[in-house]
Design a protein around this ligand. Structure first.
Ligand code: BEZ
Length: 326
């Protein structure tokens, strides 16, 4: 190739790439979980694929560990357009869309794979469609954390042992009711305070999942890990409604599709990660591990169901869909 032609081609290529980066949009994505958490890994993987598939038009910067504020604050930022995206607990969204509480029905699904089928089913997807109107953000897809369990600083053989105990919960109505029915005093508390609070007796136990118990080392302060898998704990990918309105349709499809794809990988991830983490915890020999099914909770499950069937018709629909998955 002639030097002059080569130079012209190089000039065009550099110009094109500068153009792409000059116009590149950095999407800021907030999470409350730590940088090492599977949700953060999913956000980063999504960002890499988005940068590649958009030819550098978009990039994603994840802000884990609540660097941008708590979830209520992030929700406001999404509404004003100060934040572009979040991978947010559905627990937080239930404060504004109470019907989503039905997703936390005890023993609705047996594991995170079933959770994936249910969350991609008609009832859960209809709930997502309501978000732009009800919270001013677009729900692009669900993922999940590992199934809920308890890490207690006291010996625990059955639900009766929870009576009068102070249990750390994520504060939202379906879980608050669950522990209230068990006779426990539910204590709302950010995850970061749990380790010390277990040590100093501010709480006696924690409603959490195996990833948190392992990564945040709660097992070091526990007596019994009740491996109950009693609820799923979904996460939702949210895009600011303001940003969404400005995006061309093909970019909405790309961003929404990739967020959903990477959130959906979590359904399978926890199948293996949860087994690995339980093994890690068992190997420390710091806590007794007790497997618990619905019978552990006695009549509390029926009482919870009666309360919530009255509060939201969505629960009956979800139960029907869940029964068909098994
Ligand atoms: C919790 O509050 O227990 C929680 C928050 C984020 C991810 C998983 C669990």
């Amino acid at each position: 190739m002639q030097p002059r032609r080569l130079l012209a081609l190089l000039t065009i290529a550099v110009g094109a790439s500068l153009g792409a980066s000059a116009g590149a949009k950095e999407l800021r994505l907030g999470l409350i979980v730590p940088a090492t958490h599977e949700w953060t890994k999913a956000a980063n993987a999504m960002g890499e694929e988005l940068a590649q598939q958009s030819g550098g038009k978009y990039s994603v910067t994840a802000f884990p560990a609540g660097q941008l504020g708590n979830e209520a604050q992030m929700m406001q930022q999404l509404q004003t357009g100060a934040l572009d995206m979040a991978f947010m607990t559905v627990a937080e969204v239930t404060n504004r869309v109470p019907d989503m509480s039905a997703l936390f029905a005890p023993f609705l699904v047996r594991d995170t794979r079933e959770a994936g089928v249910l969350l991609n089913g008609p009832t859960a997807q209809k709930l997502l469609e309501r978000l732009p109107r009800e919270i001013g953000a677009v729900g692009v897809g669900y993922g999940v954390a590992s199934m809920r369990l308890m890490l207690n600083a006291f010996p625990t053989q059955g639900g009766g042992d929870l009576k009068g105990r102070k249990m750390r919960i994520t504060p939202f109505p379906p879980v608050r009711d669950f522990y209230q029915l068990l006779g426990a005093a539910s204590t709302p508390m950010p995850l970061t305070d749990v380790y010390d609070s277990l040590a100093n007796g501010q709480v006696d136990g924690v409603d959490a999942d195996i990833e948190l118990v392992w990564r945040m080392k709660f097992y070091e302060r526990g007596n019994t890990l009740v491996h109950s898998n009693h609820m799923m704990f979904p996460v939702v990918g949210l895009v600011s409604g303001r940003l969404w309105q400005q995006l061309p349709p093909q970019d909405r499809e790309l961003i929404g599709g990739l967020a959903r794809k990477h959130l959906n990988t979590l359904f399978g991830t926890y199948d293996t990660v949860a087994v690995e983490m339980r093994r890690n915890i068992e190997e420390t020999q710091k806590v007794k591990v007790v497997d618990a099914g619905p019978e552990f909770f006695g009549d509390v499950l029926q009482k919870w169901e009666e309360i919530w069937l009255k509060r939201t018709p969505v629960l009956a629909d979800l139960r029907k869909e869940a029964a068909a998955i098994r």
